[in-house]
Design a protein around this ligand. Structure first.
Ligand code: ADP
Length: 542
């Protein structure tokens, strides 16, 4: 017997419709590429998105057509999120920090037909335009005044002209199957070619519900949310959708991602929640600490993408009263998998114990199931000790990569490539990515624990622990460190800092000091580069 309830497909357009009808006066504020601050409301967003949907249809955007974006976090990018997916076409966010050759490869592979981009990226697009085999229309996201006088790209279209060309916003979002593809994001491809993950309306709306819950990102109509995480990095972790679902104020930083610009915007707009990778917060904290500033409205910050060092967590919480929400996810999960919010019985634990729980990557949100398996594929116990490969399944987990030939799944589970433990309370703790694990004399050493300890040393600005070849043990941990400016520390001091904090055999064999650690397109440390550079370091001691 079927239930007798309404059948309404879970569509992305319903999020915008809700924001317009129930939170129409709520603000969306953006620092624009043009340099000024732009503000309007959800009602304006909805109206302009409808006009944009009509205008893009006029350019040939039809259901299933891929529309690429190369853009910062701003209201125009948000309009594209809704206009493209809401029409049944596919929004493909490209990461401008990738190498131009890789961008061309991805746009070709996705068969993008329209490309919309911010003025910052005009030189980049001019450089690659001729090589983009499938792109027919190029749209520059500016008003007429900011269009180049002599465009190098033939037929370059002005975004504001497109919208102005639509006299009315009368337009009904189409209804279609909720399994329809909505958006496309490629993994950064640190090994091999990038792989495209094609999200659906259903997976996106379910992810939005789950991510807004109190034990996940905890979002509400009382929040002002500033996503520092780019809208080209796994949909800014879903915040452009969840903010509309709950009616939160949205504040977009545009290209201003330095500590000073961010802090100014936090304060001016009363931001209560933000989100980003640890390397972004390093810059922000350095600015705030260096200038004796405070956060007067910020209450929570979501940190993920790579492990949040406990030292960063305690600076945020103890010095500034900002709660850190540590989250784990992947492009293949759009992205949220686990969030590290304490359970009731953990609240009264001594601070040290609470911190060590919060440093873990967290509990699975409803909609995601997970398990860890040993080398034989058998499931390992949730005892906080056994460590193995992490597998997940759920409503917003990839089943197949775009144009993929063989399924990435193993018996219906997606292998994440992360190595983790899970404790009895269900808190998952990543000890490493499988490819970063250090194998010393046949035993695994997790590099993240070592990095977290190094980051707690007052002289350390950034630390990466990598596997270096070793004549006796195969591999041993080598610590690569960027020192804070104007502080001195020796190798011996740093290595002594590990005494009592970690098993003796996990202590790195040596430390190398560098000026900078290379970062990838999403702000993560490129450990494979460091390995190329330093893998023989222990074979040729100085
Ligand atoms: P890519 O894999 O291409 O770098 P993703 O953004 O999808 O791009 O990265 C997902 C990976 O990032 C995860 O598999 C995990 O290794 C790492 N990661 C994400 N969040 C965390 C976290 N909170 N702690 C540790 N690692 C994390």
């Amino acid at each position: 017997m079927n239930g007798q309830m309404m059948q309404q497909p879970l569509l992305i357009s319903s999020l915008l419709r809700h924001a317009e009808r129930h939170h129409g006066t709520q603000e969306v504020v953006s620092r624009r590429v043009e340099g000024d601050i732009h503000r309007y409301t959800y009602a304006d967003l909805a109206s302009r998105s409808r006009k944009l949907a009509k205008a893009l249809a006029g350019l040939g955007m039809a259901p299933g057509v891929r529309v690429g974006t190369i853009a910062w976090n701003t209201y125009r990018h948000l309009e594209l999120y809704y206009a493209v997916s809401g029409s049944g076409a596919v929004l493909h966010t490209l990461n401008p920090r990738l190498h131009p050759d890789q961008l061309v490869w991805i746009a070709d592979h996705a068969e993008d037909e329209v490309l919309c981009f911010d003025k910052t990226f005009l030189p980049l697009v001019e450089q690659v335009a001729e090589r983009l085999k499938t792109v027919r229309k190029f749209v520059l996201m500016v008003d007429k005044e900011h269009m180049p006088t002599v465009p190098k790209i033939p037929g370059l279209i002005c975004y504001e002209d497109l919208i102005a060309g639509e006299p009315t916003d009368r337009f009904e979002w189409p209804e279609f199957d909720e399994q329809t593809a909505s958006s496309l994001c490629y993994t950064s491809g640190t090994t091999g070619n990038p792989k495209g993950v094609l999200y659906s309306h259903r997976s996106t709306v379910l992810h939005t519900f789950a991510s807004a819950l109190p034990d996940a990102l905890n979002l509400s109509a009382r929040d002002a949310v500033l996503p520092v995480v780019p809208m080209f990095h796994v949909n800014a972790w879903g915040l452009p959708y969840s903010a509309c679902m709950v009616g939160a104020k949205l504040v977009f930083p545009g290209p201003g991602l330095d500590g000073k610009s961010l802090h100014e915007l936090f304060e001016a707009e009363g931001v209560t929640v933000s989100a980003g990778v640890p390397t972004v917060w390093q810059g922000l904290l350095a600015h705030v600490q260096g200038n004796g500033l405070r956060f007067s409205t910020m209450r929570r910050t979501i940190i993920g993408g790579s492990a949040c060092p406990p030292a960063m967590m305690s600076t945020f919480e103890d010095t500034y009263g900002v709660q850190v929400i540590h989250a784990w996810g992947m492009t293949e999960l759009s992205p949220i998998g686990t969030v590290g919010i304490l359970k009731g019985h953990q609240l009264d634990l001594p601070v040290e114990q609470r911190r060590s729980i919060q440093a873990k990557q967290g509990r699975g949100v409803f909609g995601i199931d997970m398990k860890i398996v040993g080398e034989d594929g058998a499931e390992l116990p949730w005892d906080g000790k056994a460590s193995g490969e992490l597998l997940v399944r759920g409503h917003w987990v990839v089943e197949q990569y775009i144009k993929g030939d063989k399924s990435p799944l193993v018996n219906g589970w997606f292998p994440t490539g992360d190595v983790a433990t899970i404790d009895a309370d269900g808190f998952m703790n990543i000890t490493d990515r499988a490819k970063d694990v250090i194998k010393s004399g046949g035993e695994w050493i997790g590099s993240i624990d070592i990095e977290n300890i190094a980051m707690a040393h007052p002289a350390v600005a950034m630390a990466a622990c990598i596997a270096a070849k070793h004549p006796k043990w195969d591999e041993r941990p080598l610590l690569v460190v960027v020192k804070k400016p104007n502080v001195e520390v020796s190798k011996e001091d740093l290595l002594a800092f590990f005494n009592g904090r970690i098993a003796k055999w996990w202590t790195p064999d040596d430390v190398v000091f560098v000026d900078a650690i290379p970062l990838g397109a999403t702000g993560k440390m490129l450990k494979n580069r460091l390995r190329e550079q330093f893998q023989d370091h222990l074979l040729t001691p100085a």
